[in-house]
Design a protein around this ligand. Structure first.
Ligand code: G3P
Ligand code: CA
Length: 257
């Protein structure tokens, strides 16, 4: 069900298309990002890793096995090898030929059109990845203010401290898994020293946690809503944004008059 909300609450809820609109198109492809943009998401979420030859690519798993027709670790393959793979067919024949995007390709195509929530995926596997991300943003003057809606996040909190030093003007976020159910106010204060966003598994979100995160001065964007019910529950818990495979769920909340 979910309670009826005001139009203002509806408009203020930040709609994040997880790996693009990944309920509708193969995750982390240009098609999924385009779909997220067309569905009027506020942000597309992208997972960034590094190839063997030091290039930044957008893919979720640390191997290419699940989402392409190839095999092997992202970090053991060159960009040229990864670009030969088909990243769409696993989702449906209509997407055959979709490629694993490069980070720069996503920035060039979507900057200024839709926010980009950049996740550093497994940065511990890729020494120096924070600096490469920073260089790509600085090269494009995307590091000076947050007017293009750029947020950088990771489950690796040390990596976020490093990134915040390289990109002090950009917003950063800490991602937390379901094992963070008992986060303390002290821990929240430590995160808030470098992070603006506290983005947990939706399963640990309670009204109390949302209040504590706000008290600590951060916003909270839980992940990953995959049903209308889950999106409604998060709305009712007063979160600031919802990371979802289905952007339409965030806009389907019952609104007053
Ligand atoms: O944006 C948060 C969410 O993407 C984190 O989990 O595994 O989907 O990258 P995962
Ligand atoms: Ca992610």
């Amino acid at each position: 069900a979910g309670k009826v909300i005001s139009k203002q609450q509806q408009q203020e809820m930040v709609n994040v298309a997880h790996r693009g609109a990944s309920g509708h198109a193969p995750e982390n492809t240009m098609e999924a990002f385009q779909k997220g943009f067309e569905m009027k998401a506020d942000y597309i979420e992208i997972d960034v890793q590094m190839t063997k030859d030091g290039e930044l690519v957008v893919i979720h798993d640390t191997t290419v096995n699940r989402t392409t027709d190839g095999t092997g670790k992202v970090g053991d393959l060159t960009l040229a090898e990864i670009r030969q793979l088909d990243a769409g067919s696993w989702f449906g024949d209509a997407y055959a030929g979709e490629k694993v995007p490069t980070f720069e390709e996503v920035l060039n195509e979507f900057r200024g059109k839709v926010g980009i929530l950049i996740e550093l995926k497994a940065p511990e596997l890729y020494p120096g990845v924070e600096a490469k991300i920073a260089d790509a943003l600085i090269e494009r003057n995307m590091d000076t203010a947050n007017n293009e809606k750029i947020i950088i996040q990771s489950f690796n909190h040390e990596s976020m401290k490093t990134s915040k030093e390289l990109l002090p003007n950009l917003s950063h976020g800490v991602l937390l898994g379901g094992n963070w159910a008992n986060v303390t106010e002290e821990q929240l204060a430590q995160f808030a020293a470098y992070a603006d966003y506290f983005n947990p598994s939706m399963y640990i979100v309670t009204e109390e946690l949302v209040g504590d995160v706000h008290e600590a001065g951060m916003d909270i964007y839980p992940y990953t809503s995959r049903s209308q019910e889950q999106a409604l529950r998060l709305f009712d818990l007063n979160v600031d944004g919802i990371i979802t495979d289905y952007p339409e769920h965030v806009y389907a909340h019952p609104v007053k008059n």
